[in-house]
Structures are given as C-alpha cells and as structure tokens.
Design a protein around this ligand. Structure first.
Ligand code: HEM
Ligand code: HEM
Length: 173
C-alpha cells in the first residue's frame, strides 16, 4: 500500500465529515437506547436510520479512498504508541464498515427497509437470511455502545497527547 508523507485535503475533509456524522449517530443511538417512552425511541431511531443511509455512503467512500491513498507514515514517538495508533486507525475503519452494514442488515433481515426521512426507502429482500438477524443486531449494538466509543476515546487521547507535545507538527489532522 502507498504511504503518503501527508494526508491530502480530501482525506482531511473525509476524516472530519465522518467524525461529525459518527458522533451524531452515536448520540442518536444512545439517546434512543435511553428514551423515556416508545414514541420518543421510535422518533430518534427514525432519525438514526435516515441519517444512517448517508453515513453508509460516506463511510464506504472514505474507506475506499483510504485504501487507494494509503495511511500516512506513523510518527508516534515510541514503538508501543506507534503500534497502538496503527491498530486503532485500522480498527476504527473496520468497525465503521461493520456498523454501516449490520444496521441495514438488521432491518432487511426482518423485512423492513431503510426509510430515509420519508423521502424514499431502500429495501433489499433478505428475509431468507433471518438467521443472521440477531447476530447482526448484537454486533451493531455492542459495537455501537462499547467498541466504537472506546476506540474513539483511545484515538482522542492519542491525538491530544500529540497536540499537547512539542511534536504537534508530526500529526496531520
Ligand atoms: C457509524 C454508524 C452507526 C453508529 C455509530 C450506530 C450506533 C448505534 C447504537 C449505539 C445503537 C444502539 C441503540 C441502543 O440499543 O441503545 C444502534 C442501534 C440501531 N442502529 Fe445504528 N449505528 C450506525 C449506523 C446505522 C445504520 C447505517 C443503520 C441503518 C440504516 C442503523 C440502524 C440501527 C438500528 C435499526 C438500531 C436498533 C437495533 C435494535 O433495535 O436493537 N445504524 N446504532
Ligand atoms: C475526537 C476528535 C478527533 C481528533 C482530535 C482526531 C485526530 C486525528 C489525527 C491527528 C489523525 C492523524 C494521525 C496521523 O497524523 O497519523 C487522525 C487520523 C484518523 N482518525 Fe481521527 N480524530 C478525531 C476523531 C475521529 C473519529 C470520531 C473517527 C472515527 C469515526 C476518527 C478516525 C480516524 C482514522 C480512521 C484515522 C486514520 C487516517 C484516516 O483514515 O483518516 N477520528 N485523527
């Protein structure tokens, strides 16, 4: 894979648009999980699913572009930090791809479509895969509630450490 000396402008745009969208998806997911009644939960979930359609497109585009452009050379100071940054960056992208696939899969395998704010609905007839309905839900919910937030927290701590060090110019975003 290529290893650019810096992330391109498009990469930076992709990074921050995805960071914003994923944060909104997490807030909607967590808020729906703790909603005081079913109507509120249903409303928050309809926003989560509608926005999810666009998040799906952005995540797939972003990951494809990263595979094309390559990851920048790792500049963390110590070997364990370099290893952690290497792993967290890749795990974040893998977890996001899994998240945007398991969400729609959960709906399709119970005969529901992805209703995008009432504008249009995307539907794939996958009821025959009903056996993966619950595993898809388990992966989506566990990753959404625990794995992705933990990876983002680690990633944020790593970025903060760099920003606050006298090597802040070593990071690119
Ligand atoms: C990176 C993107 C995403 C994140 C971070 C995310 C996060 C979450 C979280 C945290 C929950 C748990 C709610 C709870 O039970 O407390 C959840 C549930 C759910 N999400 Fe997502 N999600 C994402 C993408 C999607 C997409 C693309 C769709 C479909 C278009 C989707 C559909 C759903 C559905 C249907 C549930 C409810 C599952 C159930 O009833 O147990 N999500 N999501
Ligand atoms: C919380 C605020 C965030 C900060 C301060 C931040 C900062 C950074 C920095 C400085 C880098 C470049 C590291 C280098 O130069 O090698 C980076 C890369 C990366 N970040 Fe973030 N980030 C944030 C949020 C997020 C979120 C929410 C996600 C995932 C949804 C994410 C995913 C990634 C990934 C996958 C990379 C690897 C390069 C790429 O594919 O863009 N970041 N981040």
């Amino acid at each position: 894979m290529k290893q650019p000396p810096h992330y391109s402008g498009l990469s930076k745009l992709n990074h921050w648009v995805t960071a914003l969208l994923v944060t909104v998806m997490l807030v909607l997911g967590f808020a729906a999980g703790g909603a005081p009644d079913e109507a509120t939960e249903g409303y928050l979930m309809s926003l989560h699913i509608g926005l999810g359609f666009f998040v799906f497109l952005v995540v797939i585009w972003r990951v494809a572009y990263r595979l094309y452009e390559g990851f920048k050379a790792n500049t963390a100071s110590t070997a364990p930090e370099r290893w952690l940054a290497w792993a967290v960056h890749r795990l974040l992208l893998v977890a996001l791809v899994a998240q945007v696939i398991t969400g729609p899969l959960y709906l399709f395998t119970e005969g529901e479509g992805v209703d995008v704010f009432g504008w249009f609905t995307v539907y794939l007839p996958l009821e025959s895969l009903a056996v993966i309905h619950e595993p898809a839900e388990l992966v989506h919910v566990v990753s959404g509630l625990y794995v992705i937030p933990a990876l983002i927290a680690l990633h944020f701590l790593g970025a903060a450490r760099h920003y606050l060090s006298n090597r802040a110019d070593a990071v690119d975003l």
